[in-house]
Design a protein around this ligand. Structure first.
Ligand code: MLT
Length: 397
């Protein structure tokens, strides 16, 4: 028996596990301190009333013989038609037409970011931005793929553009970006689509934060760029859009026009899913189907406005302190430059010890993240305001 030795090339623990461990240690030694967590991007508002109502109804369905559901329908890899239709409707409002068989329901974008790699050879070269959501890197390290990096930095506004002299086969793009909060315009994405088409590469586009986009020039889906259906897979999630971090539901779009090596990637993914996945629960899918109803979107937008206000509270605090940052506008993340040239973990310790506020050290997202720090707007309004008050007090000294 041999283990997968690629796992030995991973860092000891997942970034958020390290942050969690350090926070727990501090709490253990200082039980009287009120620690505010603005680190992992986990939502704090309850689900929208229409979602709860739909889930209650689905529970009732499960209690009666006539309406009980077992496995989901296999026509769309266990996705219920009403959910697929509601997703198609939400894309239509962004100007994108999808066929039902192009939409695969999942338990969230994180799982599919890793799972989708099953359909690609390990020989492919993977291009990721640096800094980057650790899942893109770790899942490829586990598989033993070669990873190359596109530098994101202050000079390019943390939005790297393609370099034709670099050959990549799989490209990860997350916009609005985790961790930097920076978001590509449709014009900038066009350059990435052109690059992928020229190189015969595939873009894995993580749109988990698209609901936060308010600026019409910015992309909400890569399919808003012509030609993307021939080179891109889009991963999305109800986690941040509708507060489903604890419920688990998302969707992956694999266009029928996406063909590599003469093979339809849509067919490969359908084959993979029908073998390794048995779908998302009926109750969850019914809740998700309520999200893109007229009333559902209205209620989810109200929750979103709450988080956007938190983002503004943090941005105003940083403006007042003269600290450079990206994000916060079309994104729930604020990516700031650590003051006084501090490194990311030194700033983490300072905020934890002096302000009792927990954020995420930028260096945990890659080499270019060193000297930066991420705060999230997903906390409660009271906690966010209190955290900013403490940060102001500590950094003004
Ligand atoms: C984050 O904090 O980066 C996200 O919550 C992680 C995730 O969505 O998996």
């Amino acid at each position: 028996m041999k283990i997968n030795e690629n796992f030995l090339n991973l860092k000891d623990s997942y970034l958020f596990a390290t942050v969690g461990r350090k926070t727990a240690e501090y709490k253990k030694n200082h039980p009287d301190k009120d620690v505010i967590r603005l680190s992992i991007g986990d939502v704090t508002l309850p689900l929208a009333p229409v979602v709860i109502e739909a889930m209650h109804k689905a529970v009732e369905d499960m209690s009666r013989k006539e309406t009980f559901k077992g496995y989901g329908p296999d026509q769309y890899c266990y996705g219920y038609e009403c959910l697929i239709d509601s997703i198609r409707g939400s894309y239509a409002r962004k100007g994108v037409t999808l066929r039902p068989e192009e939409i695969f329901i999942s338990d969230g974008a994180k799982s599919d970011c890793g799972n989708i790699l099953d359909i690609f050879s390990v020989d492919n070269v993977v291009l990721v931005p640096d800094p980057v959501y650790p899942v893109y890197v770790d899942t490829n390290v586990m598989a033993g793929r070669k990873i190359i990096y596109a530098d994101a930095n202050e000079a390019n506004g943390f939005l790297p553009m393609p370099d034709m002299s670099v050959d990549a086969d799989i490209i990860y793009i997350c916009s609005p970006n985790n961790p930097t909060g920076a978001a590509y315009s449709k014009e900038q994405l066009r350059a990435w689509v052109d690059y992928a088409l020229k190189k015969d590469a595939v873009i894995l586009y993580d749109a988990a934060y698209e609901f936060f986009v308010t600026d019409g020039n910015l992309a909400r889906s890569i399919y808003q760029v012509e030609g993307a259906e021939k080179c891109a897979i889009e991963l999305c999630s109800y986690s941040k859009t509708a507060g489903f971090t604890g419920v688990r539901c998302g969707y992956t779009i694999v266009p029928t026009e996406l063909v590599r090596g003469g093979v339809s990637l849509n067919k490969l993914w359908a084959r993979r899913q029908s073998t390794k996945f048995n779908g998302v629960s009926y109750i969850t899918q019914m809740g998700a189907a309520a999200v893109f109803s007229e009333e559902g979107e209205k209620q989810c937008r109200e929750n979103l406005a709450y988080y956007q206000k938190n983002a503004k509270t943090i941005a105003d605090c940083l403006d007042g302190l003269g600290i450079w940052y990206t994000g916060g506008k079309n994104s729930p993340y604020i990516w700031l430059k650590c003051p006084d040239g501090m490194d990311s973990w030194a700033f983490f310790d300072k905020l934890l010890e002096e302000a009792n506020v927990v954020g995420t050290p930028g260096s945990g997202f890659g080499r270019n993240g060193e000297g930066y720090f991420r705060l999230t707007a997903f906390g409660s309004a009271e906690a966010t305001e209190e955290a900013c008050r403490r940060i102001r007090e500590v950094l003004k000294k």
